[in-house]
Ligand binder design. Structure first.
Ligand SMILES: Nc1ncnc2c1ncn2[C@@H]1O[C@H](COP(=O)(O)OP(=O)(O)OP(=O)(O)O)[C@@H](O)[C@H]1O
Ligand SMILES: Nc1ccn([C@@H]2O[C@H](COP(=O)(O)O)[C@@H](O)[C@H]2O)c(=O)n1
Length: 211
């Protein structure tokens, strides 16, 4: 079974994906980490984010084994990732890896922005996770505080809005809800309630396929 989870930044995709993967015994891929890896590599190599050749080279030589998730998960790297992810050549370089992950015998839970629309259009279950920008910014602020940082809440909200704008309006694989995706708005849901709602969606789809 392939479960495709898409949605904007800090909507709770990763949290839900990890929990669904544990629930159903499936491997999980956070595709945002791939784009973050490309952005970090470009930055570390001293190239500018507008340098498309450097970004494509970084995407083609991405080494997952060297990923340091903590540094990749920083707010700045997330913003940089949304710049390089708009380059079609970067996206193209990362498609095979995602397809190979999805082709595992038991299936997979994969989260990102274009999983239900481009990477796994035939996924059995598609969930589009969303939440208001304010709720997402508040979650991100709490997350960063938990890591010992002192984020500026107004700037975090502005950055989330700017990232939404870039991700939704780019030409290559924009963030969009697939026609057959189930919308899950977590604005007023706790993590546990959102997880239960996601399980309800998966179980309803499975029951429908059995019927
Ligand atoms: N329903 C929820 N209620 C409150 N906090 C939540 C909820 N879901 C997730 N969170 C918290 O919000 C933060 C962002 O969640 P998460 O990393 O899952 O989002 P994401 O969509 O994967 O983000 P990104 O795409 O930017 O990586 C985390 O600190 C997480 O614990
Ligand atoms: N399938 C994907 C996944 C991510 N992106 C881009 O990467 C940025 C960071 O992603 P996070 O999920 O880790 O926040 C994101 O803003 C997107 O620009 C993507 O394009 N496609």
């Amino acid at each position: 079974m392939i479960i495709a989870i898409d949605g904007p930044a800090a909507s709770g995709k990763g949290t839900l994906s990890k929990k669904l993967a544990a629930q159903y015994g499936l491997p999980h891929l956070d595709t945002g980490l791939l784009y973050r890896g490309v952005a970090k590599s470009v930055i570390d190599n001293g190239a500018g984010l507008q340098d498309r050749t450097a970004a494509e080279k970084a995407a083609k030589s991405l080494n997952l084994a060297s990923f340091d998730e903590i540094s990749l998960k920083s707010h700045q790297v997330g913003d940089a990732a949304s710049v390089v992810s708009a380059y079609p050549e970067v996206r193209a370089a990362l498609v095979d890896l995602q397809h190979r992950f999805a082709a595992q015998p038991k299936g997979a839970v994969i989260d990102g922005r274009d999983i239900g629309t481009v990477i796994c259009p035939n996924a059995e279950v598609k969930i589009f996770v969303t939440a208001s920008p304010e709720a997402r910014a508040e979650r991100r602020v709490l997350e960063l505080r938990g890591r010992g940082e002192a984020p500026d809440a107004a700037k975090i909200l502005a950055d989330i809005l700017a990232r939404d704008e870039r991700d939704r309006n780019r030409a290559a694989s924009p963030l969009i809800q697939a026609d057959d995706a189930h919308l899950l708005d977590t604005t007023h849901l706790s993590i546990d309630a959102a997880f239960q709602a996601a399980i309800d969606i998966v179980e309803a789809v499975r029951a429908g396929r059995r019927a």
